[in-house]
Write a protein that binds this ligand. Structure first.
Ligand SMILES: Cc1cc2nc3c(=O)[nH]c(=O)nc-3n(C[C@H](O)[C@H](O)[C@H](O)COP(=O)(O)OP(=O)(O)OC[C@H]3O[C@@H](n4cnc5c(N)ncnc54)[C@H](O)[C@@H]3O)c2cc1C
Length: 298
């Protein structure tokens, strides 16, 4: 009886905390990221609309001695992005697709466009994003600013997908940046967390779209490195891969779950039947409840 009551109380608490954390922020000027680690009060949040507007904003910030920080979808988890009393430039409305050349496998987008925006445009042409992250809701600017990784094991991190971009620096100048032009800025900005200026638009290299089979194998931690070198990297049919350490008490940090995404017999269906993207992950609420409950027991 007591156990049932305790369980019901726990579930009620889980629901309460779910509702609280799922609610939108009460104060639009108390800015934080996905982690909610470090909320700071900012002077204002400005929705980006035009290049001239952003140039004017940087000018104002300079005259008034204010710090400017840049927000994409705010899915970073370090609480590092925003400055107290500063201006936040929200890039999410700056999200147009500027050009797309399917034959050259290139697309140019404004930095606030999400990977979903790009996928909706390019998938019907049999093309895909080269380095795809676990979620497609992040902005291109936010992802390349942290030089994000994907599951693709051959195309490297995000920097390899970027051909060029335009950067608005703190002095109000817009610079073209690529491996050939202003090349010193290229590796600084891609992984620079917004510290070198505002990325306005980006030209990305695309790849052919493919359908994969997903298989997970379990193996001991000590066997993983050889498995990855000898069986994953040498198999041309394995296109993506991710491995996670076990956190289960019986195999805590001694077992791994390696997931391969490969070309296989079941991947011959037409790609067009897979163009529709899943908009929302199913079972999020029960998953969250179980996760929260799980933290309280072995
Ligand atoms: C559920 C989840 C899954 C994730 N999966 C992955 C993954 O698979 N691989 C991976 O590498 N990461 C992953 N991450 C981390 C995520 O990729 C990064 O946090 C990414 O930066 C999120 O993009 P965003 O649009 O939310 O950027 P934000 O969090 O808004 O910004 C990130 C940084 O980029 C800067 N920035 C944003 N836009 C611009 C711009 N236009 N110009 C200059 N600077 C800018 C910001 O100032 C900030 O420093 C995951 C995060 C979550 C919450």
């Amino acid at each position: 009886m007591k156990k049932t009551a305790a369980l019901l109380l726990l579930i009620a608490l889980c629901f309460y905390s779910y509702v609280i954390t799922a609610a939108p922020s009460q104060d639009p000027y108390l800015i934080t990221d996905y982690s909610r680690l470090h909320p700071v009060k900012v002077e204002r949040v400005v929705e980006s609309k035009k290049e001239e507007q952003l140039i004017g904003l940087l000018e104002e910030a300079k005259v008034r001695g204010l710090t400017v920080s840049i927000a994409g979808q705010r899915h970073s988890q370090g609480g590092h992005t925003y400055y107290k009393d500063g201006i936040v430039v929200d890039m999410t409305s700056y999200n147009q697709i500027l050009s797309f050349d399917p034959a050259a496998k290139r697309i140019t987008v404004q930095a606030g466009a999400t990977w979903e925006d790009i996928q909706n445009k390019i998938n019907p042409y049999g093309l895909a994003v080269r380095t795809m992250q676990s979620q497609n809701s992040f902005t291109v600017g936010g992802s390349i600013s942290v030089n994000a990784h994907g599951r693709d094991i051959r195309n490297g991190s995000m920097i390899k997908s970027v051909e060029s971009f335009r950067l608005l620096t703190a002095d109000g100048v817009v610079r073209n940046v690529s491996r050939e032009e202003n090349e010193e800025l290229f590796p600084l900005v891609l992984g620079g967390f917004g510290l070198f200026g505002i990325i306005l638009d980006v030209t990305l290299l695309l790849t052919d779209d493919e359908l994969y089979e997903e298989k997970t194998i379990t193996l001991g931690v000590e066997d993983y490195v050889n498995y990855f070198r000898e069986q994953v990297m040498t198999d041309p049919d394995i296109r993506m891969h991710i491995a996670r350490l076990s956190v289960s008490p019986e195999s805590f940090l001694t077992e791994m779950f390696a997931k391969n995404y490969s070309i296989g017999p079941q991947t011959t269906e037409p790609l067009s039947s897979h163009n529709e993207l899943t908009r929302r992950e199913p079972w999020v609420v029960p998953g969250k409840l179980l996760f929260k409950a799980n933290r309280s027991f072995d």
